[in-house]
Design a protein around this ligand. Structure first.
Ligand code: ADP
Length: 336
């Protein structure tokens, strides 16, 4: 549906050139909830603004249904804009307009008929029918974002772009808004592209993720795969910071017969008594230090941090056994 090819964007800042995006290539399919995660300054906003055709790339192409969006003009550009809704971190509502008038705004621009009926439908969709005549200043942050979502969906877009849409909200409201977005994706089939700096957001809603750093995509894939087997150091840092930091004391006590491991159990493997079998088969000891479960959109992933102790041969056999059983593992501390 969206194909980004070799996209680069540079800004000229006081005679200094800032390379915000460097040769980005990404494909987004219809129905995806595609998350782009990165630290501040990584290039997320620039990327989403290029996607919305609000910023012109320095080079590269963005295709929407096979059409180069840089070549759209007049009617085609208007159609494209109708087809792409956008919501923002600070909601960007018109303060002098009521909730209903804010939602009606894109319908006025496009000259739609049956505006009132459509506004009522959208109010019901986002659960704000009772606040139709309220002004933005009378709403909570979560309610303001609901208005933003209703407004973005007014023209029935195929794609919803979310620019740090929950960054200004508390965790409970964040969950509610993400649930609303999830339901919009599921029931209305709207493709969602979101940018965020939070792995929790990716976990709660996304099916695919791209990690962006210094203007480049350093890792990309299904959220379940990236969670189970992160490759890039930045992805690992995002995952560690997300909530399950391994306490530093676990890294102490180096000994020749000990390994600290992070194990990932995905899908069916989670139901097998792998640890007890391991202990029996290879005469090793497994000390479980930390464990948690991540419920992702498509699967559930169990993680265990264990201390494995035994003879070097026993430990090697145990690692081989993990591979045979399709349990992904990472040695997070060696015995040297
Ligand atoms: P993020 O959204 O991940 O924080 P941005 O896309 O906002 O990243 O910024 C990426 C880089 O581009 C940063 O170095 C930023 O300072 C620079 N940048 C973004 N917008 C502009 C602009 N309009 N003019 C000059 N530099 C910009």
């Amino acid at each position: 549906m969206i194909e980004i090819k070799s996209l680069s964007k540079s800004y000229n800042l006081d005679k200094q050139i800032v390379h915000a995006l460097k040769d980005i290539s990404v494909s987004i399919d219809k129905g995806d909830v595609f998350g782009i995660i990165g630290l501040s300054g990584a290039g997320k906003s620039t990327l989403i603004r290029c996607l919305a055709a609000l910023v012109a790339p320095s080079s590269g192409t963005i295709f929407f249904h096979g059409q180069d969006i840089a070549k759209l003009a007049n009617e085609q550009l208007r159609d494209f804009r109708k087809n792409i809704g956008m919501i923002f971190q600070h909601f960007n509502l018109l303060t002098s307009r009521t909730v209903a008038e804010n939602i009606a705004y894109p319908l006025e621009i496009t000259g739609s008929k049956d505006k009132e009926k459509r506004v009522d439908e959208l109010l019901a969709l986002v659960g704000l029918s009772g606040k139709k005549h309220a002004y933005p200043s009378q709403l909570s942050g979560g309610e303001k974002q609901r208005v933003g979502i209703a407004r973005a969906l007014a023209t029935n877009p195929e794609v919803l772009l979310c620019d740090e849409a929950t960054s200004a909200l508390d965790p409970k409201t964040t969950r509610e808004i993400l649930n609303l977005l999830k339901s919009i994706n599921k029931h209305l089939g709207v493709t969602i592209v979101l940018i965020t700096h939070s792995m929790e957001v990716i976990k709660q809603i996304c099916t695919k993720v791209a990690v962006i750093e210094k203007g480049q995509i350093v890792e990309e894939g299904l959220v379940a795969n990236v969670f189970a087997d992160p490759q890039h150091v930045t992805t690992k840092q995002f995952l560690q910071n997300s909530s399950h930091e391994i306490p530093p004391e676990f890294f102490k006590k180096p000994s020749p017969n000990r390994k600290l491991l992070r194990l990932c159990f995905k899908g069916e493997v989670a139901g097998e008594p792998i640890i007890s079998e391991l202990v029996r088969k290879f005469n090793v000891d497994a000390n479980i230090l930390l464990g948690w479960i991540d419920r992702l959109q498509t699967t559930t992933i169990g993680t265990l941090v264990i201390e494995l102790m035994g003879t070097p041969e026993g430990i090697q056999s145990a690692l081989k056994y993990f591979s045979e059983k399709s349990v992904q593992y990472e040695v997070i501390e060696n015995d040297t």
